[in-house]
Write a protein that binds this ligand. Structure first.
Ligand SMILES: NC(=O)c1ccc[n+]([C@@H]2O[C@H](COP(=O)([O-])OP(=O)(O)OC[C@H]3O[C@@H](n4cnc5c(N)ncnc54)[C@H](OP(=O)(O)O)[C@@H]3O)[C@@H](O)[C@H]2O)c1
Length: 310
């Protein structure tokens, strides 16, 4: 069994570390905290490294659960050809360097997009340039919208999302659509082989509707969802994020922290996937599937015409 180094001991790291039957060689932290040491010792893990000493980790697989774009400097120190699994959409969507890194090291990114849906693996294997993709790809906003349509007030809903470990530390990252922009950016690269800028994705910020509006919509069997769409026509790609009113009985009315992705292809037919899209357990399950995965991703730099829609 290949040796594993775990980078970061936060929400995801602490959940991953409890997985049975993994060959964890060491844990890489920013600084040694007393509580973390007690936690690690209880799990019988002997070696803890500080991240500036990552070159001594010497594992075959590195699981990055630190987050944030600055982690790129740590990733660069991992020897070439090693397997790196990351949940870090910020780093993947923000850094031009990521293309070079993905050519030198074996990058696996399933945990970064779509929670428990094995979306990266599927689109990589199918190699279909779907004409249209419609998705709810942010579990936090879907959780919030579901709760407020169940008459739970907004403040309480946000507290619940944070307590359940669904939202980022800064909930605006979800509500303003930034998380979705990053995930679409990554998807567009993997599905269409295109490098786009985050600002090329049209984004309408989600505004929490007033109680009177919610009441009116519910009375008429409608709900609000925060959808993302990618369209491809010949050389043109259009990507957008927007809140939308849909019928309660629509197949897009998925609830709580679930995500879905609906991919359309005239030639190959349509694919619909649904799974939990936020939270530590769905992220850890994607990490575990990437440990077994053999198809690493290579980011592309090709540019095409990108337009905004709607
Ligand atoms: N939470 C989720 O449900 C979820 C879902 C999907 C994807 N993700 C992604 O998973 C990643 C981790 O998320 P998280 O919720 O586990 O974050 P988190 O709770 O903030 O954990 C991050 C951990 O990394 C440590 N760290 C920071 N800088 C470090 C460094 N230089 N070297 C070593 N360790 C360092 C932090 O230590 P300190 O305590 O010292 O700061 C903290 O323990 C992020 O990329 C996030 O976007 C999370």
């Amino acid at each position: 069994m290949k040796t594993i180094s775990l980078l970061g001991l936060g929400n995801i790291g602490k959940t991953f570390i409890k997985t049975k039957n993994i060959n964890l060689k060491n844990v890489v932290v920013r600084n040694i905290k007393k509580n973390d040491i007690i936690f690690i010792k209880r799990l019988l893990i002997k070696k803890v490294l500080i991240s500036k000493n990552i070159k001594y980790a010497k594992s075959k697989i590195y699981i990055e659960t630190i987050g944030g774009e600055k982690v790129i400097s740590i990733i660069k120190k991992i020897p070439n050809n090693m397997k790196i699994i990351t949940a870090n959409k910020n780093m993947l969507a923000l850094y031009n360097d990521i293309r070079g890194i993905s050519k030198k090291k074996k990058l696996f990114i399933e945990p970064s997009v779509g929670g428990g849906m094995p979306i990266i693996n599927i689109v990589q294997k199918l190699k279909i340039k779907f004409e249209k993709i419609i998705t709810i790809i942010n579990g936090t906003t879907n959780y919030i919208l579901t709760c407020i349509f169940k008459n739970i007030n907004y403040k309480k809903t946000c507290e619940l999302a944070i307590k359940k470990g669904l939202s980022e530390k800064n909930i605006d990252f979800d509500l303003k659509g930034t998380d979705i922009v990053y995930k679409l950016n990554i998807l567009i690269n993997i599905v269409y082989g295109l490098k786009i800028k985050n600002k090329e994705i049209f984004r309408e910020i989600l505004k929490i509707p007033k109680k009177t509006i919610i009441r009116l919509l519910k009375k008429n069997s409608f709900v609000i969802k925060y959808l993302a769409k990618i369209k491809k026509k010949k050389r043109i790609i259009a990507a957008s994020i927007y809140p939308i009113i849909i019928k309660e009985n629509s197949c897009y009315n998925i609830k709580y922290e679930n995500n879905f992705i609906h991919m359309f292809s005239k030639k190959y037919g349509n694919i619909f996937l649904k799974a939990k899209g936020a939270g530590k357990f769905s992220t850890v399950s994607s990490i575990l599937s990437d440990i077994e995965n053999k198809n690493n991703v290579i980011f592309k730099k090709k540019k095409k015409n990108i337009i905004q829609i709607e």
